[in-house]
Ligand binder design. Structure first.
Ligand code: T1G
Length: 653
């Protein structure tokens, strides 16, 4: 088998080229190839060595598919130390995204150049790991303690220009990277430069308080996660220990994380997210339809957020509302959202203005005659949705994709309102739609393969994470939320308080406890939905008696200033004795004995409720695979990624 690493001597420069699609990950063959190339370079006529990659990117990290299997020689730390020990100047030439072990290879070179569009990063923390090939020791020596901590604890890549500012790369190459790197290598040789070993460099001055400061910040921002704390320990080691001792500390912390549950969960989740984008049985070369313009019907919170998701991806949007006033309100929601993004530094003024300019409004459906796709996002009235789709059927051009953002309604019934059910699909966004990454793509009985393929591809383009669902009440996420919510109600009646239930779940890792979630969504939504049901359809009154009493007392949740909690002007929740009384009275009415309930019981019963429903959803073929359910619950409902998702967690305990 030919090696993915090629070595050639061009004039006086030895060139190591790595070509291992899709992302030049550091598989055993790549690691071995680099070592063999260095052996040749050591003894040939080269006066400097360039390390460069073919394909879409410089090395994007260790080969994650090898994790969990016995590590084969040569280990990556051995390879990077070998690069640094080379007696000739070694230049790393970066394009694409040099990530993780890939960037550690570049850090062990003596000089680094990159094209302007390149990015460098150390995202190991997102896999529950830390840079385990010298990154925690070399990064602070080049960039200083603060920049090193920021890069490694956030895991977010930085652009080449920023990397150059902090000293992580030395030169931006204009034009062809290979030519630029070769020319620079010759320059360096002509200047007689020697290998500049990062390990020999001192740590730039720093404030020793920074380490405990970062520990405290991370204890909140990355609550319950071990890897970020270990990164701080290793960077502190870089500042206080010898290079060799620092490497030993890094190695031992890395090994511990690699063996740990959190990294196993995050590595599972890394692949689960990518697997979710694949539709079983849909061939890779299924054609897709062009989507260069969209219409959004309904300018409420959801419609506005959906319109922004498309505009932010450069796709023009026509927002439809029923009147000029309603349209003006809808557009003002969008203005406010953009202003907020600019204020929070998420978007530049210019970018926000450019995106905003792509959104136009209309009250007449005729404006949708030429769009490639329409997303309906009106409130959850099945009758209204069917009327809208019947109108769209009469207005939209042949081949337009007709999508509904419904959270619960039957996509097949909506499709049946048109003469083109094969063009109808569900695109279920999560609020706030311009921020939440999850997108449930709901495949109807008649949805055509190319419509499904179009929406899966479009999801990535608008920076969403798509998960395919078949049609059922609540699809995947909201269907699982139901038994989860019902169980939380039973726990209240049996003796737990809202703050205990939410506290137990948030300490366990949920972004928000169930009662705070229901207050956020609004208790009146469930109340109205139940009004349309018979007692038998409503099920056990214990599962909704308390929220009904709260709504009847005018406590609709955050929107009315109180629900399960009382909220101040900043929407900060405070436990409320009135609620405790409502719960105790409801329990008495229902003859439920109250008792002390442990946090462990709360977590066990709520997570089991999620997992039991998740198993039914997979068994019924509503979800393609259980890892898809993990993606839904982490991205849509704040389940902790470092526990892998509900299904992975259930399998692991
Ligand atoms: N190892 C193996 N396969 C990988 C991979 C990796 N590191 N990264 C991506 N792939 C596969 C992915 O599964 C998919 O495969 C294809 O490449 C395209 O990926 C010691 C131990 C590079 C930004 O965490 O962030 O180094 O489905 O769909 O959206 O310190 O992939 O096509 O068969 O994501 O263009 C650190 C992880 C590892 C980077 C490209 N590195 N990768 O994004 O394509 S730990 C990372 C990414 C480490 C050392 C430690 C992204 C990307 P398939 P994709 P993309």
């Amino acid at each position: 088998m030919t090696s993915p690493v090629n070595y050639t001597l061009i004039d006086n420069i030895g060139v190591i080229t790595i070509d291992s699609p899709p992302v030049n990950a550091l598989s055993q063959a790549v690691r071995q190839g680099i070592m063999e190339a260095l052996d040749v370079a050591d003894s040939d006529a080269s006066e400097a060595v360039v390390i460069i990659c073919d394909g879409r990117t410089f090395i994007a990290g260790a080969d994650i598919s090898e994790f969990g299997k016995p590590l084969k020689d040569p280990w990556l730390p051995e390879v990077v130390n070998r690069i640094e020990a080379t007696d000739k100047p070694v230049i790393a030439a970066i394009h694409g995204t040099a990530l993780g072990g890939g960037f550690e290879v570049a850090l062990s070179a003596h000089y680094r150049c990159a094209v302007a569009g390149a990015k460098v990063g150390l995202p190991e923390v997102k896999l529950g790991l830390l840079p385990g090939a010298g990154g925690t020791q070399r990064t602070p020596r080049l960039a200083g303690i603060e920049a090193a901590l920021q890069l490694m604890t956030s895991g977010v890549p930085i652009a080449a220009a920023r990397a150059m500012e902090v000293g992580l790369i030395d030169r931006i190459v204009a034009g062809d990277l290979r030519e630029g790197a070769m020319a620079w290598a010759k320059e360096l040789v002509a200047d007689g430069v020697k290998p500049r070993r990062t390990s020999d460099q001192d740590i730039p001055a720093y404030d020793a308080a920074i380490f405990d400061g970062y520990r405290a910040t991370l204890a909140k921002r990355a609550r319950g996660q071990i890897a970020p704390q270990y990164i701080v320990d290793c960077v502190e080691g870089a500042a206080t220990l010898s290079f060799a001792a620092g490497l030993a500390l890094e190695r031992s912390k890395f090994a511990e994380l690699m063996e740990g549950e959190q990294s196993a969960a995050l590595r599972h989740f890394f692949f689960a997210e990518r697997q979710a984008a694949k539709v079983d049985g849909l061939s890779k070369d299924t054609p897709t339809r062009a989507v260069e313009s969209v219409g959004v019907i309904g300018g409420g919170t959801m419609g506005g957020g959906i319109a922004m998701s498309f505009a932010n991806a450069g796709i023009p949007v026509t927002l439809i509302e029923i009147s000029d006033d309603a349209l003006a309100r809808g557009l003002s929601i969008i203005e406010r959202n953009y202003a907020g993004s600019v204020k929070r530094g998420k978007l530049s003024e210019a970018k926000a203005a450019a995106c905003r300019a792509l959104i136009s409004g209309a009250t007449d459906y005729a404006a949708l005659a030429e769009v490639d796709m329409v997303i309906e996002a009106v409130f959850e009235d099945p009758q209204l949705k069917q009327e809208i789709f019947a109108k769209l059927d009469g207005v939209c051009k042949q081949g337009a994709v007709l999508a509904t953002n419904t959270s619960y309604q039957d996509v097949d019934a909506i499709a049946a309102a048109t003469r083109r059910p094969e063009d109808v699909i569900g695109m279920h966004f999560f609020s706030p739609a311009h921020i939440m990454k999850l997108l449930e793509v709901v495949r109807g009985e008649n949805t055509a393969d190319d419509v499904l393929a179009t929406c899966m591809q479009l999801a990535k383009r608008i920076r969403k994470v798509p998960v395919v669902s078949r049609v059922c009440y609540g699809f995947i996420g909201n269907r699982m939320l139901q038994p989860y919510g019902q169980q939380s109600q039973l726990l209240l009646l049996e003796g737990a308080t809202p703050e205990q239930v939410d506290g137990a779940m948030e300490s366990w890792g949920m972004a928000m406890g169930p009662l705070r979630v229901f207050d956020l969504a609004g208790l009146d939504i469930g109340y109205k939905a139940r009004a349309a049901l018979s007692d038998e359809q409503k099920g056990d009154p214990a599962t909704y008696r308390v929220p009904d009493r709260l709504v009847e007392a005018g406590r609709l949740g955050q929107k009315s200033g109180s629900g399960f909690y009382t909220y101040d002007e900043n929407r900060k929740p405070t436990p409320d004795p009135i609620v405790h009384e409502i719960i105790e009275n409801a329990a008495a009415d229902l003859g439920i004995e109250r008792r002390k309930i442990s946090d462990e019981e709360i977590v066990e019963r709520l997570i089991s409720a999620l997992v039991d429903e998740g198993r039914k959803i997979v068994d019924e073929g509503i979800a393609q695979r259980s890892s898809d359910i993990d993606v839904v619950y982490v991205y849509g409902y704040g389940f902790p990624a470092h526990r892998g998702g509900p299904m992975f967690y259930a399998d692991s305990v």
